[in-house]
Design a protein around this ligand. Structure first.
Ligand SMILES: Cc1cc2nc3c(=O)[nH]c(=O)nc-3n(C[C@H](O)[C@H](O)[C@H](O)COP(=O)(O)OP(=O)(O)OC[C@H]3O[C@@H](n4cnc5c(N)ncnc54)[C@H](O)[C@@H]3O)c2cc1C
Length: 585
């Protein structure tokens, strides 16, 4: 096996990975950095982000208000020291992006424009039309190109971490073009592998969001934190799951049921404001968990609209007018025409909630460090405990920047004085990783198909771990995922070639998703309360006495994972009532 010797390896070249790479070189231009990604960097999911990134910038806003919105939005499961740090760093990072060339939209006076976003009671979401992630990722990517010490390993699939003497000292990854496995020996590894929404059948997530980074850390003994909190976005297209950004509602779009009623006023988010008024009440700008849950109730009441794509509610943006739509929501118009044949200028568009984001992930502290020395994580794959039980829209893009940078600075601190890892010491671990792949190729007793297992997993997750959950369904899901993980040991690899073997990568991705799904369902069954995105029909109240804690799930091979808990950090905001009935300014 070829060995690549470097100082820091980064798994993932989305927003978090690229930001970490830049911070590493800026702090120490002599560092040798490997940036490893299973897709070309610009194909990372960050590119698909539409609505924008939150940071206090206007005179009537403050860090305290951004803090309050984030902590309340997260139903008090956020670590408050983390939120305090985040809100202060956010505007600095967004301004830094501007200096690197990000084309933020402007007000008429030339200052940065912001738009309202769900659960944010002030306008603080910076945006570049409805292609914010595209512009952010381009800006970061073009910035990395000037640094020769960042070596890119595009289309390399990361397999396993190399751990010796209780420290993470690198990883194995397969060059997808040749099927060759290489060892990356590094003094520190940063995982920035993105989310895992693809465990569900109906998701806004790109097909590559399969939780590989989470699963790698989990298998190496690092706990996954708060995995039961899965965010549904209230406005996805009913056939493809493609996202219609929250900016649709931020710009003034409204949600109506089959009777034409703006039903959110019936779920504590009213009262209704007449269409076209610039100052909206909370209504459509409620947080994502609440707006998605309201859809579920409308469905139970028979108030949804039956369409050829299933039950939906309608998102009406006609009153915004063609000029405004073309300027602020051009991608939304394009998507609705392309996939549904609906022009939002002329007609309301049918939508439904879809799985969008994982609040949970690799357990990290404020410095983006995991409990395993030498391993750091940032972005959607990590759970630094910013988002608590429900992320507010537009906090994620900023999280990538703030904690991508933290991960880099912490990695630099860690590697100071460390020797280059010893090839001899890592040999056994690297061979185990290679043997795992060889076993797939040489298996002759395979009986299970990758696509069959994947479908069963997705159906189970959708049926039992969705917007509302209960004991019996969750138990069924826990049992089913355990069964699927056993059956996965007999999965068949149909394509035995070495060149761009997509069959192999889908098999490996399924393995990652099953591991994440197991942590998720076990955590959800154990949490006997309703909080944020985790709503239980059998435990309808939030229970701060027993569950104002993060769940920590530990890998135990094929046996049932172990669940433990960690206290939430409360600095100044004791758990309170989430109130979205007031003014939105
Ligand atoms: C449609 C959509 C719209 C969104 N809009 C917004 C928004 O407006 N505002 C907001 O704040 N948030 C938004 N989000 C959320 C936000 O965009 C994501 O949480 C964020 O971009 C994730 O960034 P990341 O760097 O963590 O991961 P990603 O951008 O997903 O990148 C993951 C990287 O990991 C690599 N990788 C994964 N597995 C492996 C492996 N096995 N080997 C090698 N490499 C691997 C991939 O190649 C990729 O480079 C949106 C999300 C979606 C899906």
């Amino acid at each position: 096996m070829e060995i690549v010797n470097i100082d820091v390896a980064i798994v993932g070249a989305g927003g978090a990975g690229l930001r970490a790479a830049i911070a590493l070189v800026e702090a120490d231009p002599t560092l040798r950095i490997a940036l490893i990604s299973k897709v070309y960097p610009m194909r990372s999911h960050t590119c698909a982000a539409e609505g924008g990134a939150a940071g206090v910038i206007k005179a009537d806003d403050s860090f305290d208000l951004h803090f309050d919105d984030t902590v309340g939005g997260g139903d008090w499961l956020s670590d408050q020291d983390c939120v305090e740090y985040f809100v202060q760093e956010a505007p600095k990072e967004l301004t830094q992006l501007e200096h690197w060339g990000c084309p933020w939209n402007r007000e008429a006076d030339g200052s940065v424009a912001v738009r309202p976003f769900g659960g944010m009671k002030k306008q603080r979401t910076w945006f570049a039309a409805d292609k914010s992630g595209f512009h952010i990722l381009h800006t970061l990517f073009q910035t990395t190109l000037q640094y020769p010490t960042i070596s890119r390993f595009d289309e390399y699939y990361a397999l396993d971490l190399l751990v010796d003497e209780g420290r993470c000292q690198g990883l194995t990854a397969m060059e997808m073009r040749s099927g060759m496995i290489k060892q990356f020996h590094a003094k520190a590894v940063i995982i920035a592998g993105g989310g895992a929404g693809r465990m569900f059948p109906f998701s806004t997530n790109g097909a590559i969001k399969t939780g590989d980074g989470m699963a790698m850390a989990y298998r190496a003994g690092v706990p996954l934190k708060d995995m039961e909190f899965v965010q549904y976005h209230p406005t996805g297209l009913p056939n493809t799951g493609s996202l219609l950004t929250e900016a649709c509602r931020g710009e003034g779009g409204v949600l109506v049921n089959k009777n034409g009623r703006r039903y959110l006023q019936d779920y504590g988010m009213g009262p209704e404001t007449p269409l076209g008024q610039p100052q909206l009440k909370t209504m459509e700008l409620g947080p994502r968990d609440r707006v998605s849950q309201a859809y579920w109730h409308e469905l139970q009441k028979g108030n949804t609209v039956s369409t050829q794509w299933g039950e939906c509610v309608m998102l009406d943006m006609r009153h915004l007018g063609e000029k405004h739509i073309n300027e602020r929501l051009p991608l939304v118009r394009e998507l609705a025409i392309a996939y549904l044949g609906v022009d939002i200028v002329k007609d309301p568009v049918p939508i439904r909630p879809v799985v969008h984001y994982m609040m949970g992930g690799i357990s990290t502290n404020l410095k983006a460090a995991t409990p395993l020395p030498g391993l750091f994580a940032a972005g959607e794959c990590a759970c630094v405990s910013l988002n608590g039980a429900n992320r507010l829209g537009s906090n994620s893009l900023v999280e990538l920047l703030v904690f991508g940078k933290s991960a880099a600075l912490s990695a630099i601190e860690h590697i100071e004085g460390l020797p280059q890892p010893s090839a001899k010491a890592l040999e056994t671990r690297a061979e185990e990783s290679q043997a795992r792949i060889r076993a797939l190729f040489s298996r002759t007793d395979g009986t299970e198909s990758m696509s069959g297992l994947r479908k069963e997993m997705m159906d189970t997750m959708e049926k039992n771990a969705g917007i509302y959950r209960a004991e019996a369904g969750l138990q069924e899901a826990v049992d089913k995922i355990a069964e699927l993980r056993q059956r996965y040991q007999k999965v068949v690899l149909n394509d035995k070639s070495n060149v761009f073997n997509t069959d192999l990568f889908q098999v490996l991705e399924l393995g990652s998703m099953l591991e994440c799904a197991q942590a998720l369902t076990v955590g959800a069954l154990a949490r006997k309360e309703s909080r944020g995105a985790h709503q239980r029909l059998d435990y309808v109240q939030r229970d701060d006495t027993n569950y104002l804690r993060h769940s920590m799930v530990y890998y135990q091979g094929l046996a049932a994972p172990q669940v433990d808990y960690l206290d939430v950090v409360i600095t100044r905001s004791p758990p309170g009532v989430r109130d979205y009935s007031g003014e939105h300014k």
